[in-house]
Design a protein around this ligand. Structure first.
Ligand code: NCD
Length: 316
């Protein structure tokens, strides 16, 4: 469907393409579990293919789930996990690294602190680039797994969702908001005044016909929504640490808040710091660890589509 394409932003996806990824992920979920885990199965769909993980910023879930997705489908992975241990430390620029690494692999997953880095990298790459986060820009594959989680809850149609926390620097919420506008979701943006969703994104969403309601108070909207999608305040993106301290700890999901809406689903791209009370982890409302697992089938779907291997392969 979109073989050999770069994946830079959710703005470049149609609803049909997203639906296709989600339905492929559903077919592949049984392979994501691996042979030893209950119903899990084995596949060599991506045998002989190599993925390069280039992470210039920390990551646990994104890097590991891409690696697991590739390996569970029989492919191989090469890693640049520390810029100190590579030629980046010698001063090599991103363009030269990409030109070189794209000769060693079939797909590159790139995380970089600079907004626009993935788009720039794509112009130097002979293989597809997947943007795994470019500064405060976008994180499109996180959005696909977020949508998959929402779909598995049966909530994608007529969804009412609150995006909470750092809407200014949070790349996951930028990507997610664009994609949700394709599904006619009602979007509640809850943030401190200094961390509001950027105006240009709000404008784009309104142009796309999305219903957007802004608020500073979670209590006000918790009864109105199906999903609370809370994010970490992106400490590393603040030019001034004093500004971070002013907004740190503004929002917290507590068991008391959930009592206001017993059916509400709590999502978080993770890592979480202190924005969710640990007592919430064990409630029927928490979905964030399941959401993190869904990164595997969704990334399996993306990789198999990009690499042109859409049949299930030698499964057993
Ligand atoms: C997020 C990221 O890196 O943008 N994490 C992730 O990929 N699951 C969110 C964050 O760092 O807060």
């Amino acid at each position: 469907m979109f073989t050999k394409r770069h994946i830079i932003s959710t703005r470049e996806f149609s609803k049909e393409e997203i639906d296709y990824v989600l339905s492929r992920a559903e077919e592949l979920e049984i392979y994501a579990r691996g042979e030893e885990q209950g119903e899990g199965r084995k596949s060599d769909l991506l045998k002989g293919k190599i993925l390069a993980n280039l992470f210039y910023e920390p990551s646990t879930r994104t890097r590991f789930s891409f690696e697991t997705a590739m390996k569970r489908l029989g492919g191989g992975v090469i890693n640049l996990s520390s810029t100190e241990a590579s030629s980046v430390a010698k001063g090599e620029n991103l363009a030269d690294t990409i030109r070189t690494v794209s000769g060693y692999c079939d797909v590159i997953v790139l995380r970089h602190p600079q907004e626009g880095a993935s788009r720039m990298a794509a112009s130097f790459s002979s293989v597809p680039i997947i943007n795994a986060g470019d500064g405060a820009g976008q994180h499109p594959t996180q959005t696909l797994l977020d949508l998959y989680t929402i779909k598995r809850e049966g909530l994608l149609d007529g969804l009412k969702i609150a995006l909470i926390g750092d809407l200014k620097y949070g790349r996951t919420v930028h990507s997610l908001a664009y994609a949700l506008s394709l599904y006619g979701a009602t979007l509640f943006f809850v943030s401190p005044g200094a961390l509001r969703m950027p105006d240009e994104i709000k404008l784009d969403l309104k142009e796309a016909g999305a219903e957007v309601i802004e608020s500073t108070d979670i209590k006000e909207i918790v009864k109105e929504v199906n999903v609370l999608y809370i994010t970490r305040i992106q400490k590393e993106r603040f030019p001034d640490p004093a500004e971070y301290r002013k907004v740190a700890g503004t929002y917290r999901i507590t068991p008391g808040l959930i009592e206001e809406n017993e059916d509400v689903i709590i999502m978080h791209p993770l890592p979480k710091v202190d924005e969710i009370d640990v007592e919430v982890d064990g409630t029927k409302n928490a979905r964030y660890f399941k959401q993190a697992f869904y990164g595997v089938p969704v990334r399996m779907a993306i990789l198999s589509i990009l690499l042109g291997k859409e049949e299930i392969g030698n499964a057993r």
